[in-house]
Write a protein that binds this ligand. Structure first.
Ligand code: FAD
Ligand code: NAD
Length: 367
């Protein structure tokens, strides 16, 4: 009956197969979909078991097997987009012929709505930690070699630490290591590293513990979640970003992606709300980017400025928004993204509706 319901309401169930050479085993997932990419699949090898979760629309297809023979730690993942095929190639420890792939583990070969799946975590190592403002730091975590995971743009993950014997979990949004792409160090193979901008709250439960980690310590990282879809940026002409405090984090990758991958884009405008000048994350990078790329403008708004500040002041308001949200063309295709403290986002969304932006033209980032 479950299969019947899926056939009517969801995408058709994927299937899988496997084959081998002397030294390699290839597991092939036939997704029966064309819009898949390397971030559609998450693979974890652990204690000779293989767990591969593939995301197809709002569904999750799981391969979960205890492997019949030992394998090496590193592996590769390939996607053949035009036929919707995913190949996971693992290396045998010994060149023997396998009679079977292995034995099924929990939920193997299941295809269920993503919302019904639990979060799966793997331990990542803290590689570096850099001050960004007086209370916000850039953390770099490294995925284990036995994991393939790419966080899609606009999505967040959960970080987990055990604090005084209790597991504590909080959501964080990965960012790029910089807004200025040419400054990126090409030395590191990019997708093994995940960067986070995290504000440390001295009285907070989670962030002081995270801040106390030493380089080389471990923190668990979940599979990504979130309802932003990259297709929301397709053929866009005007992109408006309203961010408050660390609500800036989802804007980082959206901004980088839009400026490099959306040819129709005419204008990106960021209105960045903070308490004081010292709280502004990556201010000089934002100003450099605005100087370098004439499509990008940034405006800072402070709620508790010093008397020297001669920029915009106050909280999110109809006056600030109506002046800021000017389309570059009369009927340009537009998206307004908003993220920050809950009251900020709620107020902002209400104001956007009052300014006649439709539901499809607004994306609010929330948990
Ligand atoms: P908490 O214990 O939650 O406390 C935070 C502050 O509130 C402290 O100053 C504390 O003293 C105060 N406080 C706590 N409880 C109360 C109370 N009852 N009354 C009054 N004050 C109180 N944050 C980032 O820095 N970077 C990100 O990329 C990021 N991404 C996020 C993505 C999502 C989807 C969401 C929902 C949140 C994100 N956050 C991000 C916020 C993050 O998840 C945590 O909420 C944040 O780090 C605070 O955690 P904490 O446990 O240290 O502090
Ligand atoms: P903050 O306290 O430094 O405030 C930044 C600005 O937000 C203020 O200057 C003000 O303009 C505005 N603001 C704050 N409270 C407001 C209120 N009650 N009404 C209207 N405007 C208000 O912010 P912070 O400490 O950096 O907190 C950032 C928030 O963003 C956190 O609550 C975090 O959970 C949230 N966040 C959410 C996501 C997400 O949902 N995807 C991602 C990152 C951060």
């Amino acid at each position: 009956q479950v299969t019947d319901t899926l056939a009517k309401e969801g995408p058709s169930s994927p299937s899988y197969d496997w084959f081998q050479t002397d030294s390699l085993v290839t597991i092939v997932i036939y997704t029966k979909q064309k819009d898949i990419s390397l971030d559609s699949v998450i693979v974890d090898l652990r204690d000779d078991s293989l767990r591969a979760e593939t995301f197809i629309k709002d569904y999750s297809y799981l391969i979960h097997t205890g492997l019949s023979h030992e394998i090496q730690e590193d592996f590769s993942v390939r996607v053949v987009e035009n036929v919707g095929k995913i190949e996971i190639v693992v290396k045998k420890k010994e060149n023997a012929s396998w009679k079977c792939l292995g034995h099924p583990l929990e939920d193997h070969n299941s295809f269920i709505p993503k919302k019904d799946t639990g979060l799966y975590y793997r331990k990542c190592q803290l590689i570096s930690k850099e001050d960004v403002t007086h209370d916000t730091k850039l953390f770099c975590l490294m995925l284990p070699p036995s994991t393939h995971l790419q966080v899609p743009i606009g999505q967040h993950v959960y970080l987990k630490l055990t604090i005084a014997g209790t597991k504590i979990v909080k959501p964080y949004t990965p960012v790029s290591d910089s807004l200025l792409l040419e400054f990126k160090e090409p030395v590191l193979p990019n997708n093994k590293y995940i960067y986070f901008l995290i504000k440390i709250y001295p009285a907070g439960l989670f962030t002081p513990e995270l801040d106390h980690l030493q380089i080389g310590d471990y923190v668990s990282v979940s599979n990504p979640e979130g309802n932003f879809k990259i297709t929301q940026l397709e053929e866009l002409e005007d992109l408006f970003l309203l961010a408050a405090g660390t609500g800036f984090t989802p804007m980082v990758k959206v901004l980088n992606y839009a400026l490099t991958n959306i040819p129709s884009l005419r204008k990106v405008k960021l209105m960045f709300f903070n308490k004081t000048e010292d709280d502004i994350i990556w201010r000089s990078q934002l100003e450099k980017l605005a100087f370098k790329d004439e499509r990008f403008d940034v405006e800072f708004v402070l709620s508790a400025p010093t008397s020297e500040w001669n920029g915009k002041q106050g909280h999110i308001s109809p006056g600030l928004l109506s002046e800021f949200l000017k389309r570059s063309l009369d009927r340009s295709r537009v998206l307004v993204c908003i993220c920050g403290p809950v009251p900020f986002t709620e107020q902002g969304v209400k104001l956007l509706h009052d300014l006649n932006f439709s539901k499809d033209e607004i994306h609010s980032f929330t948990a």
